[in-house]
Design a protein around this ligand. Structure first.
Ligand SMILES: [Zn+2]
Length: 159
């Protein structure tokens, strides 16, 4: 068994859709970023790469590369799960905490779990997404962006 941690933060940007955990939240201000700005999936990607000892998201998907502009982060997650499988690991479970002052994420949590599970080729029961606010403290508390923390557990692919 191997465990890994991931963290990501994106600031809000106008003129972009808000995509979290592969789910588009209608009518909300989006997040800046070279890809779709999905901080939740980016944190998960880093947790899986960390658990597998395979570097980080920036080494696999360099933001300066044109082909990742506007990329669907679910596709990047699928690529990373395949990479881990190639190294003998499968994802046992993923746990995520999203830190956002706005919007309220509870109505989207189930859809996010389904979307993440589908991209990672696992069951929604193996994915946990929790949302919290930053209690008004700091940049996140002022609603300047959204952050996500993730932990992934990988197990031997043959088990
Ligand atoms: Zn990111």
């Amino acid at each position: 068994m191997r465990v890994g941690i991931g963290y990501d933060i994106h600031r809000f940007d106008t003129g972009r859709a808000l995509v979290l955990g592969g789910v588009t939240l209608p009518g909300e201000r989006g997040l800046a970023g070279h890809s779709d700005g999905d901080a939740v999936i980016h944190a998960i990607i880093d947790s899986i790469l960390g658990a597998a000892g395979l570097g980080d998201i920036g080494t696999h998907f360099p933001p300066e590369e044109e082909r990742f502009k506007g990329a669907d982060s679910r596709a990047l997650l699928a690529t990373v799960v395949d990479l881990a499988a190639g190294n003998g690991y499968k994802v046992e479970n993923v746990d995520v905490t999203v830190i956002a002052e706005q919007p309220r994420l509870a109505p989207y949590v189930a859809a996010m779990c389904e979307s993440i599970a589908s991209a990672a080729g696992i069951s929604p029961s193996q994915v946990s997404v929790k949302a919290t606010s930053n209690e008004g403290l700091g940049a996140l508390g002022r609603g300047e962006g959204i952050a996500a923390m993730a932990v992934a557990l990988l197990v031997d692919a043959d088990s």
